[in-house]
Design a protein around this ligand. Sequence first.
Ligand SMILES: [Zn+2]
Length: 152
Amino acid sequence: MKFLLTKELGRLVKWLRILGFDTEYFKQDNTSSLIIEALRSGRIIITRNHRLPRSGGIQITVIEAERIKEQVAEVLKALKIKPDSDMMFTRCILCNEKLKEIEKEKVKDKVPEYVFKTQEDFITCPKCKRIYWQGTHWGDVTKTLKEIKWNS
Ligand SMILES: [Zn+2]
């Protein structure tokens, strides 16, 4: 399942990437380009815009919630998705690229010293080169996810 989100849903883009979903962010106002892009890439459009044309072959999910946690819950419910912990934290939240493992030695000068001392496993984005590690960047994410009721 791949998604294309419209520009008012920037925070939700990050969240869907955290959950491991291939999520592109469409920042233009041009509705026809949005539809063409969704068709071309086989993505489900997620938007807050009620007025998108319902043309053939396009799947559109309209989000009503304004708060981010409720938006995440709404997407999961509407698309009947169960988050998979093996999928989480596998994508760069900035670029949507799949993250790759990187040897600890190689991140020595790229992360804060205390992180290097306390963490063993690091992953990196092949595109933007950002380094991720368990705990710090994603510390609040796991907590927030627990607050969202998946099965409601
Ligand atoms: Zn990246």
